[in-house]
Design a protein. Sequence first.
Length: 531
Amino acid sequence: MSTVADNKPAEEPDFQKMTLDTFMKMSDDERSKLSATARKKWIKLEKKAQDKSRKEEEARERAAAENAARLERAKQIKIELDLSLPPAKQLKIRDLSKYVDQRVKIYGWVHHLRTDGKKLWFIDLRDGTGFAQIVLTGEMCMTYEAATLYREAAIAVYGKWVKDEKGRAQGTFPGYELAADFWELVGPSCADIDMLFTKDSNPDILMNQRHLVLRGSKASSVMRMRSIITHCFREHFFDRGYTELSPPTLVNTQCEGGSTLFNFNYFEDDGYLTQSSQLYLETGIAAVNDCFCILPSYRAEKSQTRRHLAEFHHIEAERPFITFEDLLETIEDLVCDVIDRVGKKMESDMDTFLRASGGKPIPKLERPFLRMTYEDAVKYCREHGIYKDPETKEHFEFGDDIPEKPERQMTDEINRPIMLIKFPASLKSFYMQKCDDDKRLTESVDLLLPGVGEVVGGSMRMWDMDELMEAYKKEGMDPAPYYWFTDQRKYGTCPHGGYGLGLERFICALLGIHHIRDACLYPRYRGRIAP
């Protein structure tokens, strides 16, 4: 059954705004409404466009036919390994410098390919340990495998590692190249590799293609630096006599507050992903003294800033029989010593650091770090126009939490590491020791680094049994599930303190990385759990 809407006349074309595309979609009846001059003009343009389209299609067909013929010819060209040559020693690119003028074999992925005529190709090969320039000549450039070689294909190359006569070869060992005498395709790549993303693609595209982005020179260098930095942390701890422990990451208690817990069903019981290994690490000090761990922690914060992750690697340490001043010196020693160790390791491979940092040098931190109380930080913000609410220009008051943005603004203005100390108890966790001279405050510290803000959070731990029980009560917490933590105050309690350092934030500070997601293999943050 027809309706009024079905019988509604078609909307009249607006001839004043007409384009060629509009004209080509017109019916004969619509075209008849045009003036003879206009119709003639548009028909002429239409024919011209159709001719152009036909020629382009014919050109594509010719190119496809020529390419098919080229591939057929390429299939007839075969190259073989010359068994009369000296045996090739299989190496990784990082080891090539020891084998100048010797025949070697290397595997890797095609990072970049450029041609200089039909019989001279240059391949930048990457194997994850370095980059090397490969030179292919003659029929090696004319096989079917060569004709279908695209970026990111995996290949094996045989040849002599020699000095580049023109001195233009780049890579891990500038001025040297592999003069190939044979190569073979191990794993092909697809031609669409260059259309998936560019370095300027939006972050969501880059994160969706993270498995391929990681192959880039900067991303892979950041991952290598992450490994080196983590190794330097372990070296520091072992050099200082710490023992590494492995606390559980599946727990039944909270550490930093229930609002940021990830919960799950643990064999019909309530379970949580740990927010921090600190409480368990504290139980290790009576067994092994100074101890540390490097493990994931999880925070279900709604924050979507450039320094927040839902899963991050937490470097945590605990020490018995120390004072608050000892704790501050311990943190300062950790950060400076690790940076020094990284610098020494990169002396022979500074290119990796510079690729990861975008050319920025290793920062030099001046010791001692600036010590600033929370109260002085509030005063600084008031005196320097850093507001709690920029729109209303409302100032911070004692007891207010100083969020990430103003905290980072203050740190960047001062432009040096700041040990922000003695926060109000109302802003900190239940287990933090109160200051003897002012029970409103805690013996707590946040280390702030320029460009990032908070990197380390630490405190002296509450070690009196009665004080801890009162803290449970004040927070409305049932102490029963924490019996093992409470027992530390029951059986041989002692003054002790510790800290947690966010590895990814530290990497951002050291390498000058703007967003924390780029310091992770596969970052996890609000809205991102794939790939």
